[in-house]
Design a protein around this ligand. Structure first.
Ligand code: BGC
Length: 541
């Protein structure tokens, strides 16, 4: 097809290793399990597998707290398994992206163990240490908050009688990237995996790495109430600094040492769209940044139209918007849709026909839903340490789940006990959702009307149809209320996508003559008029 870098037209499937497939019956997913399931990923039609961290780790934050970047946690397998994963994925034509946690390590990492010992050891400056203010230095160095907002990012260390910075959890101290040895050591980590053939990295908390070297206080966001309790700090001196944008370019240069194929960098960065765009530079920074607005979508044609229009303006070709509807941190989309599978189908059609790189979280393709787990049973450190005080009757009703366990329950492969994730009789690390008996890969794979088959059909269409694969996007104007439409154009060819987000049937005039795909069998095209049942989507040519 069209000559463009592979990552511009790929589709990403995120695997959370702990929950994907357990090959050795210990109730925890592992790398050999993922290898066994690569056929599923390839058959559905995804192009790239992003694997969340499986490196050595005390698992306080389930792998996002790394204690050795160049080895594998024993519960997930061995280094040889990681190499096999890359090889086996490539054998199936899949690209592989690993998750690189650059901002912080685990406090169990030997670097931090050494660093915390004294103010003078070899690694003394590898983390962000500061003297405190006030008598005895027991007042925090400044007002920087952790990403969770509810608490300061500073942690006291009795050994050094100093504060260290931890922008996420206290057990995840931030590396000091101003130190060139740190920088080189972390670049070598990237090289270690690039040499083993990985096709790139998803960059965890990338926006927060280079903090202000002068440690200036973050300014307070003006709020209407002005109450002390609800003060919110901007993150001018901790996030998306100019030095951080420069770092994107430096990391890209490291990747450029390994061409053929080109390696991709995908940033987890938060901020205004214009700020996110800066990470891509002139095509010499990160190649992609996740766009998280869709994670908390409002299910309406207007919402999506507004976002798509903004992204198209900011990321014109050859840049690509990177759409995310679900991930391992946020509520499952089907729960945001009140469980309505028709709506999940509309979103699938949209996600896989937009210009850009879609990201699909494991289980999204079969409509997996949140599994309610009370806060008192949480394994997720955020729920356990920070929000365990939230009364259960409140937590239960929150649309955004506090307990991330609820979106990390085992992948539902079949209707057997434990859903085929691990052998029956073994207790999986998180409970299997009760709907696994019917909502699973085996059942849906055999049902042409299932969500899984729709994903498969859409991904096939996307790879075969040049306009969907590589075409430009133009939003259509003047459509009926509740209908979102766009054209994808490639050379002389055009595909048209119409999505009805409303509760009523809609009719739309169209110059197209062929229906390539419909999310609802009742949809049809007759005499240049498309009939769209409520909550349905079609692709036409
Ligand atoms: C990851 C989280 C993780 C955090 C700290 C993120 O944004 O997606 O799962 O807990 O970074 O590494």
């Amino acid at each position: 097809m069209v000559d463009q870098p592979w990552w511009q037209s790929t589709t990403i499937y995120q695997v959370y290793p702990r929950s994907y497939a357990d090959s050795n019956g210990d109730g925890i997913g592992d790398l050999a399990g993922i290898i066994d399931k690569l056929d599923h990923i390839a058959e559905v039609g995804f192009g790239t597998v992003w694997v969340s961290p499986f490196f050595s780790s005390p698992q306080e934050d389930f792998g996002y707290d790394v204690s050795d970047y160049c080895d594998v946690a024993p519960e997930y397998g061995t280094l040889a398994d990681a190499e096999q994963l890359v090889e086996q994925a490539h054998a199936r034509g899949l690209k592989v992206v690993f998750d690189l946690v650059l901002n912080h390590t685990s406090d169990q990492h030997p670097w931090f163990q050494e660093s915390r010992r004294s103010r003078t050891n070899d690694k003394a400056d590898w983390y962000i240490w500061r003297d405190g203010r006030g008598k005895g230095g027991r007042r925090k160095p400044n007002n920087w908050r952790s990403a969770l907002e509810v608490r300061s990012a500073w942690q006291w260390s009795e050994e050094r009688r100093q504060w260290f910075l931890a922008s996420f959890l206290p057990c995840q101290p931030d590396l000091n990237w101003w130190n060139t040895d740190v920088r080189q050591a972390m670049f070598d980590v990237a090289r270690f995996w690039l040499e083993r053939g990985v096709d790139g990295f998803r960059l965890d908390m990338f926006g927060a790495i280079m903090k202000d070297p002068q440690f200036r206080n973050n300014p307070i966001k003006p709020t209407s109430g002005g109450s002390e309790l609800f003060r919110i700090w901007r993150r001018d001196f901790t996030d998306n600094t100019d030095a951080n944008i420069d770092l994107a370019h430096e990391l890209r240069e490291v990747c450029e040492e390994y061409r053929d194929p080109e390696r991709v960098l995908i940033g987890e960065v938060f901020g205004r769209h214009e700020v996110l765009r800066r990470y891509l530079g002139e095509g010499d920074g990160l190649q992609l940044v996740f766009l998280f607005d869709f994670l908390m979508f409002r299910y309406s044609a207007e919402f999506f139209r507004r976002k798509i229009s903004a992204y198209e303006a900011l990321f014109p070709p050859p840049f690509q918007p990177t759409y995310v509807i679900e991930n391992h941190d946020r509520t499952r989309s089907i729960d945001r849709l009140g469980g309505d599978l028709r709506k999940a189908r509309v979103l699938a059609v949209m996600l896989l026909t937009l210009r850009g790189v879609p990201t699909v979280y494991m289980g999204q393709e079969i409509g997996m839903s949140n599994t309610y787990i009370p806060l008192r049973d949480a394994q997720d450190p955020i729920a356990r340490h920070y929000f365990s005080w939230v009364p259960e009757f409140v937590s239960k009703r929150l649309p955004e789940r506090i307990n991330r366990d609820e979106v990390r329950t085992p992948m539902q492969w079949d209707g057997s006990s434990n859903a085929g994730f691990c052998p029956g009789g073994v207790e999986p690390w998180l409970p299997v959702n009760a709907n696994a008996a019917t909502r699973n890969v085996a059942v849906e794979g055999g049902d042409p009307a299932s969500l899984l088959c729709l994903y498969r059909d859409l991904l096939r269409l996307r790879s075969e149809c040049a306009p969907l694969h590589s075409g430009r996007l133009r939003l259509l104007d003047g459509l009926a209320d509740g209908v979102l439409g766009y054209e994808r154009n490639y050379e002389e060819r055009t595909a048209v996508v119409l999505l009805n987000f409303s509760d009523d049937e809609r009719r739309v005039r169209s110059r197209t003559s062929e229906m390539l795909l419909a999310s609802d069998p009742v949809a049809h095209l007759r005499d240049h008029e498309v009939l769209l049942p409520p909550h349905s989507g079609v692709v036409l040519a």
